[in-house]
Design a binder for this molecule. Sequence first.
Ligand code: ZN
Length: 172
Amino acid sequence: MSEIDVLLDQHRGARHDASSIPIMPRLSTVVVSCLDARVDPVHLFGLAPGDAVVLRNAGGRVDEAVLRDVSLLRVFTAAASGGSRSPELVVVHHTDCGTARLGDPTVASAVAGPVGADADAVAAMAVTDPWATVRHDVGVVRGRFPGQVAHGYVFDVATGELLTAAECETTA
Ligand SMILES: [Zn+2]
């Protein structure tokens, strides 16, 4: 049995019906987090279908792709609410992140090569100190979208604790 068969079996058991869920999420929150299977925001925050948008990549880094999606969500949320709502960003990095391996130049080159990326840029995605990287990434968001409400958290995989690393409320 291949893994797709496992997934399709679980899909049939899940019976997920999205037909009655509005396209705009219940919360305007946008969570950015690592793709690590242990650190799924659905479980971290007890999210149900339709609750919030989750953007995931290696490390949960705020890169250009994430910034583009945040920009889209800011525009769509404002349009859907007549300008009364704007997304609240939550960036979560975590301890024991696999991206730390990108600090090895051989690994960074192996990742960068097939996609034509710069190995140094790939190495810079590494989360070796989640406190430092999450604060940096909240700063990147605030630099691109002045006044954007953004929160930074570190999830400790050893204890299950979600710890506050940065809080940035709307500036006047
Ligand atoms: Zn990770």
